[in-house]
Design a binder for this molecule. Sequence first.
Ligand SMILES: [Zn+2]
Ligand SMILES: [Zn+2]
Length: 413
Amino acid sequence: MNIPCVTYSERAILLNLTCSVRVILLIAALIGSAGLTCVCADDAVDPGTLKHLTGHWYVSQAEPATYYYKDAELYLDLFSYHRKDSNKDGIDNLVLSHNETHLIMDSQGYPNHPTAIFPNSGNPNRIEIQKFRFQLPLEPKLNDHITRLPMGPIGTAVNGVVYFNPFEQGGMNAVEGYSEVWLDSCCGHPQQTGVYHYHKYPVCVKSPFKDNGKQHSPVIGFAFDGFPIYGPYESEGLMAKDAVGEQTLDACNGHTDSVRGYHYHVTPGRFPYIIGGYAGVPEPANIRGRRGLETGAIEDNSSGESSQPKVIAAVRPANGQPGTKQKLEIELDPTQATRVRVPEGTPEWVQVGPYEAVPIERKGNMLQVEIQIPEDATLGVLMDCHIEFKAADRPRAVFKRNDVFRVVEVEDP
Ligand SMILES: [Zn+2]
Ligand SMILES: [Zn+2]
């Protein structure tokens, strides 16, 4: 029985259905999951059976083609887990092909992990299915200058959901400071045309191998110049943001090593969070308003304290271990609710990072919840928590708190 598989993919499908249908589907999904195992992308492939495209890219000779990215000595199937039709509209979320020069990703931009239900009191938009076509240069080329990141999509996670730069329309930092916006526990939200996007390291995107902080992180996506974006770790116990000397990250959040070449890292808790500019030549086909991209890395303009209401006063304990059920106590402080009041009763949904909390109980201002932490959880990275209250006649009341929980191998006191 592998419940995390269900919670990874099923909420997205359930979003637009009525409550009773959702319950039936959820039960069906739970029953169905009894015989399920997670797709593990680290199943070893025989490199001799693969065709080398160019650069780091390889493709299987069998149909349908599976694309592999050579990451150091590993041949990684980055995409198969994400190619499913998770919104059940008859079209796979992600369809891959290639030509001489590019990997082509046709993506619905649809999150295949739990998200908040939008619209809600933190965001008036809803998540819409997109028709994206991304073209990633198979052989990315470093440029002689940094290209300024545009607004809108700047790259794509391996699930086909887009990364944005750290700024909202209006140019303010979406991630921290007084202009912080409401992102769900998977670090995303939709904009006006329904594009769900990440402004910081999305802990919910299933990566090709377990990111346990004991080696260089896996590839989690690509910038639109074709260079890969890796998770936070550079080596055992060292996040790339803390690397010094030759491995110090540049203004784009990138550095070079002998096996990976130039590559970017996400930097949890530190601007620019994902990438700070294109070090390579960006593929123009991917970029909206293609002409006139400026030069130079972006700069942090955040200031002051976040103005997000501090309704979630505390989450205890602050860590849990992989492969365990973890009880959590979430303390609410309704006096902090400035935008929308805290409803009476039990929240309909509580999420910590990618993990849905079930069951949920409320006594006064204390929530008692339980999350199932999978064996392959990403270790050591701080995750956010959000809660949602159901409402029929007004936007769902949503609250969140950042950086409240992490999965660790050995329990901290
Ligand atoms: Zn945004
Ligand atoms: Zn690195």
